[in-house]
Design a protein around this ligand. Structure first.
Ligand code: MG
Length: 380
């Protein structure tokens, strides 16, 4: 039995607020999409494809981790699933899952597979309704009751024998609007069984759903903000290195390492949010091994310390303070480099610059300063 999964992640996710679609945001310290990818892998799913929105490949790759194939979805969920199934190709069993339901347990996937092995063409998790149901008119006036005994709430992943779901979509009229993949399979005559769902498979829709699901997943976290400051003196030289980017200049920056004040301030900010002392304690200037060291080493070390503590870096903000060199032309390259090293989406990395109106040591051009903040999510 080879297992393949399609994760539908093409939604804009605007109801949950923020500029990043909800499937790429962090939940309990991990991108929403990655929770599903890891659960599917643990359950033995060998091939995973994700249907994503236009121009989302980079953010999706960062959120999903390695080994997921991406395909651009369509204007409707049905179109996205069609595109995803085509990209996925044949498999004995195909699971179709909504990225907005990250609370997937590997055991549930195994139960779905077992149900298909019993001879069903499709299987999905579902929950009984606990609230009673009423029918209302447009003015919210109650106009009737609904018997709930034979009603359930269906979740995903929805699992199918590969040839069943592929044939069902092939037979579906191009303009058909369907609510989910079970409906497509059933229209094609497949026998479908619903198994016990999981409250943790709730669909993330609104902002407050993130906190609710984190609690259901037993993950209580706190947000910690660290700050950092650094300054280096100008001296003879032809270039400076700031936030990992070399800039031609008529001076250099003096320091034991490469004097990248931007990243030094950022390292201190990350260490600060972790309560792990300062950069000098971890990389003593008295230690010759850090002479001329590349500050990328320091930044990667701080990120690894965070990961070891179960923390995730949510956002960083760096301010460079100098009259010259002009930072603006290099600002975007600095953001990109910082985002690359920390594995953050570009939207979660900020690099800014200011002068001190020719006052003080930065104003007189004696040196350059940097300050940074880092926001981390840590286990409580
Ligand atoms: Mg320094």
């Amino acid at each position: 039995m080879n297992l393949a999964a399609l994760i539908v992640a093409a939604g804009g996710g605007t109801r949950a607020g923020g500029s990043t679609p909800k499937q790429y945001r962090l939940l309990a310290g991990k991108p929403v999409l990655r929770w599903s990818v890891e659960a599917l892998r643990q359950a033995g799913v060998e091939r995973i494809a994700a249907a994503i929105g236009a121009r989302q490949t980079e953010i999706a790759r960062q959120a999903a981790g390695e080994g997921v194939a991406f395909v651009e979805g369509g204007p409707t969920r049905t179109a996205s699933v069609r595109a995803g199934l085509a990209a996925l190709g044949p498999a004995d069993i195909i699971l179709i899952h909504d990225a907005a339901r990250p609370g997937l347990a590997p055991g549930l996937v195994r139960s779905l597979v077992q149900t298909l092995e019993e001879g069903f063409g499709g299987a999905a998790p579902a929950l009984r309704l606990l609230d009673s149901l009423r029918r209302v008119d447009a003015g919210n006036r109650m106009i009737g009751e609904v018997e709930r005994e034979d009603l359930v709430r269906v979740q995903t992943p929805q699992a199918f024998r590969g040839e069943v779901i592929r044939a069902a979509y092939a037979a579906l009229p191009a303009d058909a609007a369907v609510s989910d993949d079970l409906a497509v399979a059933r229209a094609a005559g497949a026998a479908i069984k619903l198994i016990a769902g999981d409250v943790r498979l709730m669909k993330l829709t609104y902002e407050e759903d993130f906190a609710v699901l984190e609690r259901l997943m037993g993950d209580v976290r706190v947000t910690c903000v660290g700050s950092g400051f650094d300054a280096h003196r100008f001296g003879p030289g032809e270039q400076v290195k700031l936030c990992g980017v070399r800039i031609a200049h008529d001076k250099g920056l003096l320091g034991h390492s490469d004097a990248d004040a931007g990243w030094h301030a950022l390292v201190d900010a990350i260490l600060g949010a972790l309560g792990e002392g300062d950069i000098g304690a971890h990389f003593p200037p008295s230690d010759p091994q850090w002479k001329d060291a590349n500050s990328e080493t320091f930044l990667r070390y701080a990120a690894a310390l965070a990961a070891k503590a179960g923390a995730s870096i949510i956002h960083v903000d760096i301010t460079l303070i100098c009259e010259r060199p002009k930072i603006a032309p290099h600002r975007e390259a600095m953001r990109v480099r910082t985002a690359e090293v920390l594995g953050l989406p570009l939207t979660h990395v900020s690099v800014k610059a200011t002068t001190t109106e020719q006052m003080g040591f930065t104003g007189r051009g004696e040196g350059l300063a940097a300050q940074a903040t880092a926001t981390l999510s840590r286990p409580a």
